[in-house]
Design a protein around this ligand. Sequence first.
Ligand code: 13P
Ligand code: ZN
Length: 275
Amino acid sequence: MRILEQRFVQNFVKMADDGFQQGWHERNGGNLSYRLTRHQVEAVSDRLLDHAEWHDIGAAVPDLAGEFFLVTGTGKYFRNIIVDPEACIALIEIDDKGEKYRIRWGLADGGLPTSELPTHLLNHEVKKRVSGGKHRVIYHAHCTNVIALTYVMPLTDLVFTRELWEMATECPVVFPEGVGVVPWMVPGGREIGVATSKLMEEYNAVIWAHHGMFCSGEDFDSTFGLMHTIEKSAEILVKVKSMGGEKMQTIGTDDLRALAKGFNITLPEKFLYEK
Ligand code: 13P
Ligand code: ZN
């Protein structure tokens, strides 16, 4: 079977297009990566290039040695992925030390994986460990309302989590662990990747101030759904703030405790402060 006919490739392409349709991927904004299962690697092994050169990852990810990832290419536009996936995405292999990668398929007109590869792989390494191997998707989007909020709210996990939870009853159920916030940093390198992956030990979503958000999940649906839910919550908060900002009523601390009980979820005590 051709690589483009593989179900996981088709789901990757669909998710990228879903993100584009939401307006989160202007120009080449955003990137997506997926860690293949052993079975998926075997299914495509006879279609892979063998002589590609090794490149430095720019970060060490020893726990990902020998893994394969489907990733978007740097400078590639999400709006083009569905039109010509083979030109926009790549299948890469990590070396046996977790320090280098090589392109085994894709980027047919040339190019390299996303400039955020260090952050993607550092996040994958953390998530593979803390989820017992279940998490496979890392997604970065330039979601408008989340970015807007990073100009007008304190850049803390406590404030962002609590405000976003309050904006829709489903929010604490969808992201009970909360959201992390990284202050403004230069993107595209190891430093911001380390800061993000530290927060990924605890959260499945990390906001980059004045830039966007990273989400992690087990599959394409749940990872996209997490980005979508948080961005929608941020949109409601932007609307509330734009209507004068004063809430006449809200989901309060006791309501959050009742919700946790009703849905059998644990909300970390640090977010249940009285306002
Ligand atoms: P890439 O085109 O290198 O993926 O960069 C886009 C981006 O969103 C950087 O943060
Ligand atoms: Zn970005």
